[in-house]
Design a protein. Structure first.
Ligand code: SAH
Length: 367
C-alpha cells in the first residue's frame, strides 16, 4: 500500500514488518520501531497508542492522529459439538467472510479466507457459485487470525494456518504473502513455516513466484489425474494444464524444508473415484514428492455431485498407499455447523439472518 499517512488514516494491520519499517523510516523514525509496534499489537494486545510506552511521546501523538489499528469484527460465532468453531467476520463495506478453527489433540488449525467470493469456477465448490467480489486486504487476512486468537484466549493456541477458506489465495498474491509473513514473524505469532499452508487450484505463474518469495507449505487442489476431467472440475486447468502444474510442484518441492507437496483430492462419486483414477494419480505423481489428502465431498444445494462411499474412498486410498504415497482421508469436522470444507458462506448465506438473530454477540463479548 502507499504511505499517504498525512491525508488518510493508515490501518497499521496492513503492514508486515518490512512494510512497517519502511513506513517508519519515511516519517524519519528508526526501522526498529516496526518490531516494537508489532509486539504491542500482536503479543501485548495493546491497540491504544498512549500505552505504547517505549515509543516517544511525539511518535505516539503522530500515530494517534494519522494511524489506527482496526481489525475486522466477529459477527457470529458457532461452536460445533466436536469443538470446531466458525466465525462470520465482517470486513469493511459490510462484506463478510468465514474463518474456521479446528482443534485437535496437539494443534489448533485456523482456516483463513483470502478473497470475498472467488473468480474461479470449480464446479464442486460453493464459494464459486457466489462469483468474485474483491480481494481481502492484509489487515483483513491477518485480522482473521488476530480476532480468532483473541476470541479463543490464551489456553487455545492457534498453531497452524491453512489458506483454505474462501477465495484463491494466489490471485491475491501480495496481500496473502504479506499476511503469511506476518503470521510467521517472531514479533507476532511466530508460526512455523511448516505450519502455514497455502492452498491453490494451480495458478502456475504465481506458484513459481511464491517459490522465490515466501517459504510456506504448499497444497494443490488436484481433484483429477487427467486434463480432460480436470478441465471440467477445476477450469483453470485449461490455462495451466497438468504437465505445467506438475513441473511447478517439482520445482517448489526442491527447496529446503518443504520436502513434499500436499495434494487435495475431493472424492466425487462416479466422477473421479475409480481404481483406474487412483492408478492414474499414482502415475501422475511418480516424480513429485507427494502426500495426498482425500477430501470427502461436502454437498450443498444444487451441487450436482455426491460424495463417494466410504468403501470406495478406502479402496482408492489403498491403491495410493500400496504405491508408497502417504495418504489420509480428511475427517469431516464441524458438520453440524456447516463448517466443513467447501461450505464457507454459500448455503450459510441464506441462513445468516436467522443465525444473526440467534447468535449475535455484543462486541465486548467477541473481543
Ligand atoms: N482456492 C484454493 C483454496 C480454497 S478451497 C484451492 O482451490 O485450493 C480449499 C479446498 O476445499 C480445496 O481443495 C477445494 O477444492 C476444496 N473444496 C471446495 N469445495 C468443496 C466441497 N464442496 N467439498 C469438499 N471440498 C471442497
Amino acid at each position: 500500500m502507499t504511505v499517504s499517512a498525512k491525508t488518510e488514516t493508515v490501518n497499521l494491520l496492513n503492514f508486515d514488518r518490512k512494510g512497517l519499517a519502511a513506513f517508519f523510516v519515511e516519517m524519519g523514525e528508526k526501522p526498529f520501531r516496526a518490531t516494537q509496534l508489532l509486539k504491542w499489537i500482536y503479543q501485548e494486545d495493546v491497540t491504544d497508542f498512549d500505552q505504547m510506552t517505549n515509543l516517544s511521546k511525539s511518535l505516539r501523538a503522530y500515530l494517534k492522529e494519522h494511524c489506527c489499528i482496526t481489525p475486522p469484527e466477529i459477527l457470529i460465532e458457532q461452536i460445533a459439538s466436536d469443538g470446531t468453531r466458525k466465525w462470520a467476520i465482517e470486513m469493511s463495506c459490510g462484506n463478510r467472510v468465514e474463518s474456521v478453527f479446528i482443534p485437535e489433540e496437539n494443534r489448533g488449525t485456523l482456516c483463513v479466507s483470502s478473497q470475498i467470493g472467488c473468480a474461479l469456477a470449480c464446479t464442486f465448490c460453493s464459494t464459486a457459485k457466489q462469483g468474485f467480489n474483491r480481494n481481502l486486504s492484509v489487515a483483513e487476512i491477518i485480522g482473521q487470525l488476530y480476532v480468532a486468537q483473541k476470541r479463543l484466549g490464551e489456553e487455545k493456541r492457534i498453531t497452524n494456518v491453512v489458506m483454505m477458506g474462501m477465495g484463491e489465495p494466489l490471485l491475491n498474491f501480495d496481500n496473502v504473502v504479506a499476511a503469511m509473513n506476518l503470521m510467521m514473524d517472531d514479533f507476532t505469532y511466530g508460526l512455523s513455516k511448516r505450519r502455514v499452508t497455502i492452498s491453490t487450484s494451480g495458478v502456475v505463474p504465481a506458484m513459481n513466484r511464491l517459490n522465490k518469495e515466501c517459504d510456506v507449505s504448499l497444497a494443490v487442489s488436484l481433484h483429477a489425474a487427467n486434463d480432460e476431467l480436470r478441465n471440467i472440475l477445476v477450469p483453470i486447468n485449461e490455462k495451466y494444464p497438468l504437465n505445467e502444474l506438475m513441473d511447478a510442484c517439482r520445482e517448489y518441492a526442491k527447496l529446503g524444508p518443504r520436502k513434499y507437496i500436499t495434494f487435495e483430492y475431493v472424492m466425487l462419486k462416479g466422477i473421479n473415484d475409480s481404481t483406474q483414477d487412483a492408478f492414474a494419480l499414482v502415475k501422475l505423481l511418480k516424480n513429485v514428492p507427494s502426500k495426498i489428502n482425500l477430501i470427502p465431498f461436502n454437498p450443498f444445494p444444487n451441487s450436482n455431485y455426491n460424495c463417494s462411499s466410504k468403501q470406495t474412498m478406502s479402496r482408492f486410498k489403498d491403491v495410493l498407499y500400496k504405491a508408497g504415497i502417504i495418504t489420509t482421508i480428511r475427517k469431516t469436522r464441524g458438520e453440524d455447523i456447516d463448517a466443513a470444507c467447501g461450505q464457507l458462506v454459500g448455503k450459510v448465506k441464506d441462513k445468516s439472518r436467522r443465525h444473526l438473530k440467534l447468535q449475535k454477540m455484543d462486541s465486548s463479548n467477541a473481543a
